[in-house]
Structure formats: C-alpha cells, structure tokens
Design a protein around this ligand. Structure first.
Ligand code: HEC
Ligand code: HEC
Ligand code: HEC
Length: 134
C-alpha cells in the first residue's frame, strides 16, 4: 500500500538523518580530539621542521574552550596563522609554553618535530603519537 510504503520510506529517512547526525556530532570531533595535528603553514617555508601538536595530550589536561575560545585557535586544521613572535609574546601555544605553565618557546626541538615535507593535517587516531612519530 502506498501509505505503508510512504511511512517506511519516512522511517528510513529519519534513520539516515540520525546516522548522519551521529557521525557529524560524535565521530569527527572525537577523531580530531585524539589525534595529532601537524601545523605546517609557515614552518618549513621559513626553514624549520613542521610542528606536531599532540591534541589528545592537551585535551585531557585542558578544556576545549581554553584554546578554542580564550586563546583563539580556530577548530580547523590549517586555519590558524601562528607566528613565533606571537608565541614568544604569550599568544597561542605561548600562553602556556612560557616556562611557567609548561616549558618555554626556546625549546624549538620539542614542537618542531615533524618530518620534513609533512603537510598540515590530522595524523593518527584515538591515540597520541608523541614526538618523532610523524
Ligand atoms: C610551543 C611550541 C613551539 C616552540 C617551542 C617553538 N615553536 Fe616555532 N612554531 C610553532 C607553531 C605552532 C608554529 C606555526 C607553524 C605553522 O603554521 O607552520 C611555529 C612557526 C615557526 C616559524 C614560522 C613562522 C614564523 O614566525 O616565522 C619559525 C621560523 C619557527 N616557528 C621557529 C622556531 C624556533 C627557531 C624556535 C626555538 C627558538 C621555535 N620555533 C620554537 C610552535 C613552536
Ligand atoms: C591546548 C589547546 C587545545 C585544546 C585544549 C583543545 N584543542 Fe582542538 N585544536 C587545537 C589546535 C592547536 C588545533 C589545530 C589548529 C590548526 O591546525 O591550525 C586544534 C584543532 C581542532 C579541531 C580541528 C581538527 C579538524 O578536524 O580539522 C577540532 C575539531 C578541535 N580542535 C576540537 C577540540 C575539542 C572538541 C576540544 C576539547 C575536547 C579541543 N579541541 C581541545 C588546540 C586545542
Ligand atoms: C593551555 C595550555 C597549553 C597550550 C595552549 C599549549 N600547550 Fe603544549 N603543553 C602544555 C602542558 C601543560 C604540557 C606538559 C608540559 C610538561 O610535561 O612539562 C604541554 C606539552 C606539550 C608537548 C609535549 C607532549 C609530550 O608528549 O610530552 C608538546 C609537543 C606541546 N605541548 C606542543 C604544543 C604546541 C605546538 C602548542 C600550540 C599549537 C601547544 N603545545 C599549546 C600546555 C599547553
């Protein structure tokens, strides 16, 4: 019967919508939250190795809004223009990597750990790679 079929199709659409919503709301941010993020918008062009940011390591210590609201990091890979002069001035990573909350900006080798040629992006899954892996 047409009404019956219409109802079943309706149910399928609802199920599909819920699935898309579930993936959109949970799967993608969870992936990003736990992986490593490589920042290489400027680093290699300016002669240093790409930066590997262990998202998971930070995310278990701080709330999202510390970085994504208060410090102004946009929630999209490659969307942030981070300069070393800003970091040294206490912005972005430098809000914590200032020799008070965490080790300071003079420790180049602890942030610029990416293998040469590594493009900006998300690396790894529900784990943190740690320096030297990517
Ligand atoms: C706390 C982490 C951190 C430390 C420590 C650090 N950097 Fe950076 N650095 C970054 C990030 C993040 C970027 C942005 C990368 C990009 O988008 O390409 C960056 C970018 C750069 C750039 C390119 C942009 C610009 O401002 O010219 C250079 C050059 C650079 N860093 C050099 C250094 C040197 C030299 C040191 C040590 C004296 C150092 N960095 C220490 C995180 C760090
Ligand atoms: C210590 C700072 C910090 C904390 C805390 C933090 N983030 Fe991030 N987040 C970043 C940085 C840095 C990037 C990379 C931005 C870039 O590539 O320019 C990022 C990137 C992202 C992205 C983009 C990845 C993608 O898929 O393109 C998402 C989504 C995100 N964060 C969500 C979260 C959520 C949700 C939380 C809390 C559960 C959180 N972040 C906590 C610093 C942080
Ligand atoms: C809200 C504070 C905060 C911000 C912002 C922040 N960090 Fe950190 N970060 C920490 C703390 C705290 C530690 C642990 C320091 C320690 O173990 O002594 C740490 C540790 C690290 C480590 C070492 C992780 C490990 O496995 O030991 C790296 C690499 C790092 N940060 C890179 C960055 C980069 C790159 C940025 C900017 C994109 C950044 N951090 C922004 C607080 C922050």
């Amino acid at each position: 019967m047409t009404i019956c079929r219409g109802f079943r199709q309706g149910a399928n659409v609802v199920a599909l919508a819920l699935l898309v919503l579930a993936i959109g709301c949970f799967a993608l941010p969870a992936w990003a939250e736990y992986a490593d993020v490589v920042l290489n918008k400027r680093a290699e062009k300016e002669g240093v190795r790409p930066v590997v940011f262990p998202h998971w390591f930070h995310r278990i210590r701080f709330r999202c809004k510390v970085c994504h609201a208060e410090l102004g990091f946009k929630m999209r890979v490659g969307a942030n223009d981070v300069l070393m002069s800003d970091i040294i001035d206490g912005k972005f990573c430098g809000a914590c990597h200032n020799n008070e909350i965490a080790w300071g900006p003079e420790r180049c080798d602890l942030c610029h750990t990416g293998k040469p040629g590594l493009p900006s992006g998300i690396y790894g899954g529900h784990e943190t790679g740690g320096p030297g892996r990517w």
